[in-house]
Design a binder for this molecule. Structure first.
Ligand SMILES: [Fe+2]
Length: 390
């Protein structure tokens, strides 16, 4: 196997390679940190990899503490508690360590460290990000431990707003972590069903970005190669979690997805967010379930694009149907359920979730324009297992 290691500065500084967690103290120092706050979630906090990261920092003379009061689908209270810990400990930077929830919470804590306004004032609307006091933002080293969300290379955090049970995007261009440390060894312990679900989230980012309308050849180039890596390596990582080559390719494919989706997402994410915000379904798993239904719904806008994608993926059938069949086969090969009903989303949810899906920021990137009625129908298709074009 070629050396899966590299230093890249696109879209931010990425230090990639197995075993590179040992460089963490150097990266903290490079960003001026003496007392980093390591933000992770409650599930990861007791694992040896967290203790090891803290030990590395302390041995290098850094005053590192842990904040782990972060729930899956994080909420404002997690950020408020994190900011309190940051200020109480007189920290000067954040180590964002974990999966999407931990990374998003950590980035939001770093943003909020020196702000006086409430976090919802920084929602991704119009020019609201200009309200941020940039001098009050803490520097971030991001360390992903799942290969899925790609939040390590994103300029936003997704938080659930408990006032209306919607997921909101908190955005500032400088929320992009200054240094990303990608060590595939940290993803080896991920159970196979989580590997499958987060891997499908990465696929959905690459796929929706590729399908989104608009002229962005750079994003499309990244997206198709991200999908090729996932096609080749996701089944292997699900089958053998210790396959470090597979883990390496998936980790970068996940960063590629989040890089590409600056172009836009689409109805997979629009449908998925209300399910997670109201019912707590797993984000990646929900995207994986709805993926073929959304593809087929958008078929009229995608025929030509899918021919090019199928060629790059090396599919025998170079057509929309070839790509669709690949998605269906991949889903069943890695144990993804076929319908939303199997993950607890039922007919009575379709009507109340439809307006939330319509208002989701991802909707603007869908290849076809969507209405509330369309979303209700699409939910029903996903619940009943009906592959049907718009
Ligand atoms: Fe996602």
């Amino acid at each position: 196997m070629t050396s899966l290691r590299g230093n890249w500065n696109y879209p931010t500084s990425i230090r990639f390679g197995a075993g590179r967690i040992v460089e963490l103290p150097d990266h903290c120092r490079a960003l001026g940190m003496q007392r980093p706050l390591l933000v992770t979630d409650a599930g990861l906090a007791p694992l040896p990899m967290i203790a090891n990261a803290v030990r590395l920092c302390r041995e290098a003379g850094l005053g590192c503490e842990i904040f782990a009061d972060v729930q899956p689908n994080p909420v404002e209270a997690n950020v408020i508690a994190g900011v309190a810990a940051y200020r109480a400990g007189q920290h000067d930077g954040v180590i964002a360590f974990g999966g999407g929830s931990a990374l998003d919470a950590a980035k939001a804590i770093a943003l909020m460290a020196g702000q006086t306004r409430p976090i919802w004032d920084f929602e991704d609307r119009e020019d609201w990000f200009t309200r941020v006091n940039v001098a009050g933002m803490a520097p971030v080293v991001a360390i992903p431990t799942t290969a899925g969300t790609g939040s390590e290379v994103g300029r936003a955090s997704v938080l659930t707003d408990l006032r209306d049970h919607t997921k909101k995007i908190i955005f500032h261009p400088k929320m992009l972590p200054a240094i990303v440390l990608e060590d595939p060894e940290l993803t080896v312990g991920l159970p196979s069903h989580i590997t499958a679900a987060v891997g499908m989230d990465a696929l959905s980012h690459n796929l929706e970005a590729y399908c989104a309308p608009g002229y962005h050849p750079m994003a499309e180039g990244i997206a198709v190669e991200g999908m090729r890596l996932i096609r080749e390596w996701l089944p292997r990582a699900v089958g053998d979690g210790a396959d470090l080559e597979a883990r390496s390719h998936l980790l970068i494919a996940s960063s590629m997805g989040a890089t590409a989706f600056q172009k836009g997402l689409g109805a997979m994410h629009s449908l998925s967010h209300p399910c997670s915000a109201n019912l707590g379904t797993h984000h990646g798993l929900t995207n994986a379930v709805v993926m073929p239904y959304v593809l087929v719904w958008n078929r009229a806008a995608l025929e030509e694009k899918m021919v090019r994608l199928a060629a790059w993926l090396g599919l025998a059938e170079r057509s929309f149907d070839g790509v669709l069949q690949w998605v269906l086969d991949l889903r069943s090969a890695i144990g993804i359920p076929d319908t939303l009903a199997e993950i607890g989303v039922h007919e009575q949810h379709a009507a109340p979730f439809a307006p939330q899906a319509l208002n989701d920021p991802s909707t603007g990137g869908n290849p076809l324009p969507m209405t509330e009625r369309d979303f209700e129908q699409l939910y029903l298709n996903c619940i009943h297992g009906v592959l049907e074009a718009a």
